[in-house]
Design a protein around this ligand. Structure first.
Ligand SMILES: Nc1nc2c(ncn2[C@@H]2O[C@H](COP(=O)(O)OP(=O)(O)OP(=O)(O)O)[C@@H](O)[C@H]2O)c(=O)[nH]1
Ligand SMILES: [Mg+2]
Length: 364
C-alpha cells in the first residue's frame, strides 16, 4: 500500500487533509508530533499523520464507527495492521520490542497472543500490565476468543465511570497539572448542569495567585449567568458559605509547578477546609507518558483524588497509559474530554468506550 504523510499544526487539520486527499475511509497508519522547524516554524510542533487510501489497504477490515471521531481515526488496530505488514524484525529488535515473543521464537514456538500484545503495546499499555493481562488468557485460545476474554477482563477491572461526584458530594473540585484543561472542563460541566439538568450551580476559584488566572472562568460564569467567587488566599470555607443554597459547587484550581512541592499539600489542606465532603477529580492529559502520569498522581496524592479525568483525548495517540494509571491508583475514571469546545467535547468515561478506545473499537 502506498502511504502518504500529512502535516498540520492541529491533529484535526492533519486528519482533515487526510480525508480530503484520500477520502473518508482512509486508513491511518501512524501519527506523531514532529518539529516544524524545517518549515520555518521556530520552536513550533506539527502533527504528522501517515495514511493510505482504503483500496490500498492490505486488509479489508470494516471501517470503525465514527464516534468519538478524532481518536477513532488513530485506532491502535490500524497501527497493528501496519506492523503486520512490516518485514520480519531482527532478533535484536524483537528482544527489545517484545521479549516474550522473542523468547518463544528462540524456543521454536510462537508467543501466545502475539498480535494482541502488539496492539496493546501500540496503545501505550505499559509492558508489565500488558503481560499481566495476557497471562490471564488461556494460551490456546484463538485471536477472537482471546480478544473477547481480554475485553471482559478489562471491563471488570475498570468498573463503572465515576460521574461528577457521589450523591453526598455537593462540592466538586478539579486539580491537576498546569494547562491540562481544568478550567475548560469546569465550564463544560457547569454548562451541562445549568442548561441541561437545570441545577443551581455555583463556581469557586482557588486560582487566586496568578495575573489573569480567573479571567476565563469569569467569562464562562457571566455567559452561563452563574455566581463565581474567588476564594481568598488559603481559605475556602467562607467562599463556599456564600453558595450554601447551590445544589452543585464546582471548584477550579490552579495548576501547580513540581518546583513547589509544598503547594500540593497546601492545596490538599485547603480543600480539606471545605467543611463538607469534596469530591475531587485529578485531571490528566491523555497524551502524557506513563512515568509522568505516575509522578503527577504521586504529587497530587495530598489532594486525595476520588476520580481520574482524562483530558485532550483528541491530541492523544492512545490511552493505554491512562488505563494503567486508573488501575494502579485504584480510583475510577470519570470523564474524557475530546476537544476545547464548551460544552460539547466531554464524555462520561464509560468502560466500554474506554475499552473500545484501547483496543481500537473492533468488538470481538
Ligand atoms: N485539544 C484540546 N484542548 C483542550 C481540551 N481541554 C482544554 N483545552 C485547551 O487547553 C488549553 C488550557 O486549558 P485550561 O482549561 O485553561 O487549562 P487549565 O488546566 O485550567 O490550566 P491552568 O489553570 O493554567 O492550570 C486551552 O487552550 C483550552 O482550550 C481538550 O480536551 N482538547
Ligand atoms: Mg485554569
Amino acid at each position: 500500500m502506498e502511504a502518504r504523510t500529512f502535516q498540520a499544526r492541529e491533529i484535526r487539520e492533519a486528519l482533515a487533509l487526510v480525508r480530503r486527499e484520500l477520502g473518508p475511509e482512509a486508513v491511518i497508519l501512524e501519527t506523531k508530533r514532529v518539529s516544524g522547524r524545517a518549515l520555518g516554524l521556530l520552536g513550533g510542533m506539527l502533527f504528522e499523520v501517515t495514511a493510505a487510501a482504503p483500496e490500498d489497504a492490505a486488509n479489508s477490515a470494516p471501517p470503525p464507527p465514527a464516534d468519538p471521531a478524532p481518536i477513532r481515526a488513530l485506532l491502535p488496530e490500524r497501527r497493528a495492521e501496519r506492523m503486520r505488514e512490516q518485514p520480519k524484525p531482527s532478533v535484536r529488535a524483537m528482544i527489545q520490542e517484545d521479549p516474550a515473543a522473542a523468547l518463544a521464537a528462540m524456543r521454536g514456538g510462537v508467543a501466545p497472543h502475539a498480535a494482541l500484545r502488539r496492539r496493546l503495546l501500540a496503545a501505550m499499555v505499559p509492558r508489565d500490565l500488558c503481560e499481566a493481562w495476557l497471562k490471564g488468557l488461556p494460551a490456546d485460545s484463538g485471536p477472537h476468543d482471546a480478544e473477547a476474554g481480554l475485553r471482559e477482563h478489562i471491563l471488570r477491572q475498570l468498573g463503572p465511570a465515576a460521574g461528577l461526584g457521589t450523591d453526598r458530594a455537593r462540592i466538586v473540585a478539579f486539580v491537576g497539572p498546569t494547562g491540562v484543561g481544568k478550567t475548560t472542563t469546569v465550564a463544560k460541566l457547569a454548562a451541562r448542569a445549568r442548561l441541561v439538568e437545570e441545577r443551581k450551580v455555583a463556581l469557586v476559584s482557588l486560582d487566586d495567585g496568578r495575573l489573569g488566572g480567573t479571567a476565563a472562568l469569569r467569562a464562562y460564569a457571566k455567559l452561563l449567568d452563574i455566581p463565581l467567587t474567588i476564594a481568598p488566599a488559603h481559605g475556602l470555607g467562607p467562599a463556599l458559605a456564600e453558595h450554601h443554597g447551590a445544589e452543585l459547587v464546582l471548584i477550579d484550581t490552579a495548576g501547580i509547578s513540581p518546583a513547589h512541592p509544598e503547594a500540593f499539600g497546601e492545596l490538599g489542606r485547603r480543600l480539606g477546609r471545605a467543611g463538607e465532603p469534596v469530591f475531587t477529580h485529578l485531571c490528566v492529559g491523555a497524551a502524557t507518558r506513563a512515568e509522568e502520569l505516575d509522578r503527577i498522581a504521586h504529587l497530587y496524592r495530598p489532594t486525595q483524588p476520588d476520580a481520574l479525568l482524562a483530558t485532550k483525548l483528541d491530541e492523544a495517540i492512545a490511552i493505554g497509559s491512562i488505563v494503567a494509571l486508573r488501575l494502579r491508583e485504584q480510583i475510577p475514571l470519570s470523564f474524557l474530554t475530546t476537544g476545547p469546545q464548551v460544552p460539547d467535547d466531554l464524555n462520561p468515561a464509560h468502560p466500554d468506550v474506554v475499552v473500545d478506545l484501547l483496543l481500537g473499537g473492533a468488538r470481538a
